[in-house]
Structures are given as structure tokens and as C-alpha cells.
Design a protein around this ligand. Structure first.
Ligand SMILES: Cc1cc2nc3c(=O)[nH]c(=O)nc-3n(C[C@H](O)[C@H](O)[C@H](O)COP(=O)(O)OP(=O)(O)OC[C@H]3O[C@@H](n4cnc5c(N)ncnc54)[C@H](O)[C@@H]3O)c2cc1C
Length: 396
């Protein structure tokens, strides 16, 4: 087998045609959001790509999430620009791969005066300065939406750039599209054990590529554990619900958030009003902060809702769900929508957390790049991470 050429030149040489089946231009480890982002970016450049995935289908963070692409929630600067680029990439990918995406923006609802203060401070300060596309709505303006069903809130921020994706259907659709239309080879049920200098050792033998992108989600122990160890990474465990309306359905066509998210999301969390809001939440409902609860509601394409979430951090994710957390989530969602809801499905999601930044893209060696999220926004910035990392490695 001839050795693959080193990456980085403008041509990023194609080696797959010359060699046997286990040699590709690009090898990706992990078929979640980040792996898919890198695979798509490489395949679009005409490179041959293999994706090594441990499971038969990727069942990690990506299919468990809300599918919210919340551009409006990202901190100004790098995160916002990644989110804006990711939004455009999602729209292109949805068209090509044929999955459902709603591009109606989002609503951040203020449930009390202190939550409204945060939205107002955001609107007065960074909204235009930093290039967000959003507008403040009064309670009266909210009354004009959804037959007045949200009019019991004080105000809202309508984010125009935010998208809603149904991840459990989108991820398989993208995988099919990459395999069938762009020739990406998915090697599933196969564990990658090590990666270095363009070689990936797996349970199905060795694969070679000009460049390897390792996107293992929150598995820090299997491939390149020595790279992850000094970062002292943790995981976040989230409780999630899918629910149906029992009474008074609302025909939601965009994701809903509340002021509770403002103490977590970088667009708002450092505003002085957000710090004041955190103290109010601590005084009134400490249980929400103790369990990292902030209400997100995503409409599915079938009239149901994905409702969450809570955040418990640690080195491992405990398997035990707390019913009190699910009750709190359901109560918050019922109050927000003014409807009785019935849970039809419960699950746990886990994602990488507590890194030095919201995500890391690290060079393990000149032919191996590692991309991992340290925060719960891989749907919002992941496609841009892949696009930029592949462009850098391929030189185009
Ligand atoms: C409950 C929940 C809700 C969320 N909601 C949102 C949201 O609304 N918006 C948003 O922007 N983000 C959200 N996120 C975050 C987002 O889902 C993640 O940031 C993103 O999915 C991470 O993608 P990933 O590819 O890094 O990880 P994963 O999706 O976990 O994929 C990693 C894959 O790598 C595979 N793998 C790992 N190690 C190996 C190995 N050695 N060999 C072979 N395969 C391997 C795993 O099997 C897995 O399939 C949410 C996350 C959760 C858990």
C-alpha cells in the first residue's frame, strides 16, 4: 500500500483510487453531529471519506437533542459567527439531503419583569452592535401570535435566524445522503482504538487517510486519551421528555425558550440584568438552579413537543433520572403553553462539558485533528466547526 501524501497542500491528494478499500483521503471517527460535519465538508470538496462509527447507528448526543440552532443565544464574536455560518450550511444541507427544517426563528419568553429586563438590556446593547437579527416583542404583540396563547408573558425576544431540526430523523437522512450521493463510506459497528499520523486502528483493521478527524463526542478514553487527560473534561447529563397535548394544542412552528435560558446562554449571561435574574431564580426557585433546569420546547414535525432540560455534571453520567426534575419541566412547559401535556417518551442525553472553551479543535499531529464540544450547542455551531477544520487541513 502506498503511503498517503501529507495533507495541507492546496490539492489535498486523492489516494483512495490507488489503494485498497481501507485507504481514503479523509477518515472521520464518530458519526454524530461533528463527525458528519467533517465528513460533509470533506466530501463536498471531492475527497473520499470513510466514517468509523462504534454503533450500528450513531446514538450519541446528536439524536437525543432538541435540534435547536439557536444563533440568537450565542455569545458575540466567534460563537455567533460560527452559528451564523452553521445556519446557512443547515439550510443547504436540508435541501440536498431532504430533511425537515423550520426556519421561523425562535421566541425567548419573559415570564416575569426580571426576565424582561434581560431581553431589554440585550436589545439596547448588543443586539445591533454585534449583528444579531432579533426584535423585542411586547406582551400585546405576543398576543397577536398563536391566538394569544402566549400573551400571559411580559415580553419576548423574537430571534430571526434560529432553526428547528428534528435530529432523530435528520441525522439518518444526512447519513443516507452522504453515503448515496457523495459516496461517503460508513463503517459502522466498528470501534476506533487509536489514531496517529493518518492511521486509524480499529476493530475492523487499520484504515489510512491523508487526514484523520477524531470526533468522539464525550468519549475521552478510547482514542487519544493522553490528549484529553490534561483538559479534565466532564460530561453533562440532561433529562428530556417528548410530550403530546392533552388539552388546548398550540400549533407551534418554532422553538420556545424562556428567560431561564438567559442565565445560561452566552448572548445574555454576562449582562448585569442576567446576573440579577440569577439571584431572583436562586431566591424563588432554587431547585431550578440546583438541577440546571431551563425550559426549552421544540415542536416536532408531528405536533408533539420535545421538552427539557436539566444539567447534572460529573466525570460519568449517572443513569438515574429524578422524577422531580421531569415534573418541574412538565409544569414549566404547561404554564408556558397554558395546556395540559402527556409524556410519551423519556430519555437521557449526555454531552461533553467543562472544557477550556465552548468547543476545542486540536491538532494531535500534523495529520490528526480532534474536534469536541464542551457545551450543548453542537447543532448550532457544529457544521461551521467541520467546514473550517477541513478547509484548514485541506488548504481549501
Ligand atoms: C439532551 C441534549 C439536548 C441538546 N440540545 C441541543 C440543541 O438544541 N442545540 C444544539 O446546538 N445542541 C444541542 N445539544 C448538543 C449537541 O447535541 C451536541 O453538541 C452534539 O450532538 C455533539 O456531537 P458529537 O458528534 O460531538 O457527539 P455525538 O453525537 O455524541 O457523536 C459521537 C459519536 O462518536 C462515536 N464514537 C465515540 N468514540 C468512538 C470510537 N472510539 N470509535 C468509533 N465511534 C466512536 C459515538 O458512538 C457517537 O456516535 C444537546 C445535547 C443533548 C445531550
Amino acid at each position: 500500500m502506498s503511503a498517503p501524501a501529507a495533507p495541507g497542500g492546496r490539492d489535498f491528494p486523492c489516494v483512495s483510487m490507488k489503494c485498497e478499500m481501507k485507504t481514503f483521503d479523509v477518515i472521520v471517527v464518530g458519526a454524530g453531529m461533528l463527525g458528519i460535519a467533517h465528513a460533509w465538508a470533506a466530501a463536498r470538496r471531492g475527497l473520499s471519506v470513510a466514517v468509523i462509527e462504534r454503533s450500528r447507528q450513531a446514538h450519541g448526543a446528536t439524536i437525543r437533542n432538541f435540534g435547536q440552532v439557536i444563533v440568537t443565544g450565542q455569545a458575540p464574536g466567534l460563537m455567533l459567527s460560527h452559528a451564523q455560518q452553521t445556519r446557512e450550511l443547515w439550510l443547504e444541507l436540508a435541501k440536498d439531503a431532504g430533511f425537515h427544517v423550520r426556519a421561523n426563528g425562535s421566541l425567548v419568553l419573559a415570564r416575569c419583569a426580571e426576565e424582561a429586563d434581560v431581553l431589554a438590556e440585550f436589545a439596547e446593547t448588543r443586539l445591533r452592535q454585534e449583528g444579531y437579527r432579533a426584535e423585542l416583542l411586547s406582551a400585546r404583540e405576543l398576543g397577536g401570535l398563536y391566538d394569544g396563547r402566549l400573551a400571559h408573558h411580559c415580553a419576548a425576544l423574537r430571534g430571526q435566524d434560529d432553526l428547528q431540526i428534528y435530529s432523530r430523523e435528520a441525522l439518518p437522512a444526512i447519513t443516507r445522503y452522504l453515503a448515496e450521493s457523495l459516496g461517503v463510506r460508513f463503517v459502522t459497528g466498528t470501534l476506533a482504538r487509536a489514531a496517529a499520523q493518518g492511521r486509524v486502528e480499529t476493530s475492523a483493521g487499520e484504515f489510512q487517510g491523508s487526514h484523520v478527524f477524531v470526533c468522539p463526542g464525550h468519549d475521552y478514553l478510547t482514542v487519544l486519551p493522553g490528549l484529553f487527560a490534561p483538559l479534565s473534561l466532564e460530561v453533562a447529563r440532561l433529562q428530556m421528555l417528548r410530550a403530546a397535548f392533552e388539552t388546548r394544542p398550540v400549533a407551534l412552528d418554532r422553538p420556545l425558550l424562556t428567560g431561564l435560558s438567559c442565565v445560561h446562554y452566552g448572548a445574555f449571561s454576562d449582562l448585569s440584568s442576567a446576573r440579577a435574574l440569577r439571584e431572583v431564580i436562586q431566591a424563588r426557585t432554587p431547585m431550578l438552579l440546583e438541577n440546571g433546569i431551563h425550559l426549552l420546547i421544540s415542536p416536532t414535525p408531528y405536533g408533539e413537543l420535545i421538552i427539557g432540560d436539566s444539567h447534572h455534571y460529573g466525570q460519568d453520567a449517572l443513569p438515574f433520572n429524578d422524577e422531580a426534575v421531569d415534573d418541574a419541566l412538565l409544569d414549566l412547559a404547561s404554564q408556558t403553553l397554558g395546556a395540559r401535556l402527556r409524556v410519551v417518551e423519556r430519555w437521557q442525553g449526555v454531552y461533553g462539558a467543562h472544557g477550556p472553551a465552548p468547543f476545542s479543535v486540536l491538532r494531535a499531529d500534523e495529520r490528526t485533528t480532534v474536534a469536541v464540544m464542551h457545551s450543548g450547542v453542537g447543532m448550532t455551531v457544529g457544521l461551521a466547526i467541520g467546514e473550517r477544520a477541513v478547509a484548514e487541513a485541506a488548504g481549501r
